[in-house]
Design a protein around this ligand. Structure first.
Ligand code: IPD
Ligand code: CA
Ligand code: CA
Length: 256
């Protein structure tokens, strides 16, 4: 199943790479304020779904652009192009994200950074890898020395005050903050120890599904803002190496 996901991600990757050479030609539609979708997102998603369907016609699918289809204990959760705003600006940080959920638990993950040709993969119980090299979360013990990734609100501002409060707490309490712009890769960077922790509000399941398994299989922890397991439903996510994760949850709890 992981190999099928990799095959699908590579097909999407070549569509995205080809399109990145002619950015001015791409047709863009706006789903809502600051929320863009391009013909590239749709073409990449169709290529992924066709590849998965060919191998597993009975599996269900939850994909960002085409929604939910089918019913099965296996559900493929797909973000064909995570970081569309970056992609449209030629800012080289975007990825294809494909995760497989089995009976409600993530079991396979692929996050493919098409610009840097880094293929992050994980299968439940078998560890996490980048281009076949084993990855692990960092072992930096203290939040004050940690590099923390995040995502700023940019299309829905209902909870911006809460976000800014947490942003301030982490900006003051860590070694630095980064906002690369593709949540699936932020999670892959936590899994590979490039970030020590990450938090964001209001994500969709396809932003987090594959990346969360990468973090867990790399020895990290993932939770909602209380540290519980509801992040795929709530959209609020915190993750990090186990020590930094605990300090992030405590930081959030102290600011309720
Ligand atoms: C977005 C990116 C971004 C995050 C947004 C996501 P999209 O995904 O992951 O980093 O801050 O919340 O929606 O729309 O480019 O697939
Ligand atoms: Ca996304
Ligand atoms: Ca997307």
């Amino acid at each position: 199943m992981l190999n099928t996901a990799i095959k699908a991600a590579r097909k999407a990757g070549s569509i995205i790479n080809r399109a990145s050479l002619e950015l001015e030609q791409i047709r863009v539609a706006s789903k809502q304020t600051n929320d863009f979708v391009t013909e590239v997102d749709h073409a990449a998603e169709q290529a992924i779904i066709a590849t998965l369907r060919e191998a597993y016609p009975d599996h269900a699918i939850l994909a960002e652009e085409s929604g939910a289809a089918g019913e099965s204990e296996y559900v493929w959760i797909i973000d064909p192009l995570d970081g569309t705003t970056n992609f449209l600006h030629g800012f080289p940080q975007y990825a294809v994200s494909i995760g497989l959920q089995h009976r409600g638990q993530m079991s396979q993950a692929v996050v493919y950074d098409v610009v840097h040709n880094e293929l992050f993969t994980a299968s439940r119980g078998r560890g996490a890898f980048v281009n076949d090299r084993r990855i692990r979360v960092s072992n930096r013990p203290f939040l004050r020395d940690a590099l923390i990734g995040t995502g700023f609100p940019y299309r829905e501002f209902g909870r911006i005050d809460r976000y800014l409060e947490l942003f301030r707490a982490f900006a003051e309490g860590s070694a630095g903050m980064r906002r690369p712009g593709a949540a699936s890769l932020d999670l892959a960077y936590v899994a590979s120890g490039r970030l020590d922790g990450f938090f964001e509000m209001g994500l969709a399941p396809w932003d987090m599904a594959a990346g969360s398994l990468l973090v867990l299989e790399a020895g990290g922890l993932v939770g909602d803002f209380k540290g519980d397991e509801t992040y795929l439903e709530s959209g609020d996510i915190v993750c990090g190496n186990p020590k930094v994760f605990a300090q992030m949850i405590a930081t959030i709890a102290a600011r309720v």
